[in-house]
Design a protein around this ligand. Structure first.
Ligand SMILES: O=C(O)C(=O)C[C@]1(C(=O)O)C=C[C@@H](O)C=C1
Length: 358
């Protein structure tokens, strides 16, 4: 009886799957038509605002029986595959492969993209500047470690624009060949990952040797060669190096997020952005910064972050990077920026883009 029930249920599932596949094919036909149109009008294939609209619409009609987070991932993948029917989107990112940055790229763009990893953040900028890839993805800030200064500094001279933002919840896993903790004699990882999993290691693997590597992906790549070892790395590295996840989420603080910027060519059209980042240089006189920021208060515009960096032109001269909770097309912001420009030495808009979600 029970067996017949499960058979009946599976028959229904098969029928639904058939419909899903048929509908996905129909969807793909429509996307191809859009692709032809975009090509004839010279419109960029990637349309982040439309993708966001699709995800929000899908979320609003979902009854929540199928987990909504997974629903978002499914639609990110559907649109990623759809995009690839129109054009292969190439993305440069800070590598190596199997790190959290690669995971962030896939979370943002889906997996139907061509990925190219680079060893440094400046390398990613150069690649996009030379139009070898459509976009780049670089970390800008971690909720525990703070700002990634190299990314900010690159923006001082680079003509590139911020075209998107994405967040990744950082989870560290213990990856190994062996099946239980008792067999592990050595653990490989990046110093930052060791620091973030210190309590877990002290409790569960107090006597193992710790070997530092240049990245968590490098740590994972060592394990296949060293039977009684493990690595602390991103879940993605388990797939890449054929390892098993012995323990997931071993970080001491679960509130660990990294924010990434998607960088692209200047003038990349972004419709209805809701966040803007600017770079300003302030006159060196009392109250200059206060005066410069007051238009944001006048026009009721929230600033979510201010970061100062040495200008590197003169000692003790600083630049300010400001994240603004408004899109450039918003009237208040346009007016506030006009005022800011009157008082600043210079103002550079680094991008107006769609805010990332946690
Ligand atoms: O609507 C479009 O412009 C499409 O190309 C279709 C589609 C989708 O699959 O829904 C695919 C890629 C774009 O980035 C946005 C949406």
């Amino acid at each position: 009886m029970a067996e017949r029930d499960i058979e009946t249920l599976r028959k229904h599932i098969n029928e639904i799957d058939e419909q899903l596949v048929k509908l996905l094919d129909e969807r793909a036909e429509l996307v191809k038509e859009i692709g032809e149109y975009k090509k004839s009008q010279n419109i960029p294939v990637y349309h982040p605002e439309r993708e966001q609209e699709v995800r929000e619409r899908v979320l609003s009609i979902s009854k929540g029986i199928f987990p909504q987070k997974a629903l978002m991932q499914v639609f990110t993948e559907i649109m990623s595959a759809a995009r690839s029917l129109e054009e292969t989107i190439r993305i440069a990112y800070l590598g190596p492969e199997g790190t959290h940055t690669e995971q962030a790229v896939i979370r943002h763009f889906g997996s139907s993209v061509e990925l190219q990893s680079f060893q440094t953040i400046p390398d990613v900028f150069r690649e996009v500047e030379n139009a070898k890839t459509h976009f780049g993805v670089v970390p800008i800030e971690n909720s525990l470690e703070g700002t990634v200064n190299i990314t900010l500094d690159e923006f001082v001279d680079s003509p590139l624009q911020i075209v998107g933002e994405t967040y990744l919840s950082i989870h560290h896993c213990l990856l190994a060949n062996v099946g239980n903790l008792a067999e592990i004699k050595r653990v490989y990882s990046h110093p930052q990952a060791f620091a973030q999993c210190r309590l877990w290691l002290e409790t569960h693997l107090p006597n193992v040797e710790k070997i530092e590597t240049s990245s968590t992906a490098k740590a994972a790549s060592m394990v296949p060669w060293d039977k009684f070892s493990a690595a602390i790395a991103a879940p993605l590295a388990a797939e890449k190096y054929g390892l098993r996840i012995l323990e997931a989420n071993i970080e001491d603080n679960p509130e660990n997020y990294t924010r990434f910027w998607v960088i692209g060519q200047p003038g990349t059209p972004i419709q209805n952005p809701n966040k803007t980042t600017i770079l300003i240089s302030v006159k060196d006189r009392p109250g200059a910064l206060l005066k410069l920021l007051s238009p944001f208060q006048v026009y009721d515009i929230n600033l979510s972050k201010i970061e100062s960096r040495p200008s590197k032109r003169r000692p003790w001269d600083y630049l300010f990077f400001i994240d603004i909770d408004a899109g450039l097309q918003q009237k208040g912001l346009a007016k506030a920026l006009e005022k800011v420009k009157e008082d600043a030495v210079f103002v550079k808009v680094l991008g107006s883009y769609i805010k990332g979600t946690l």
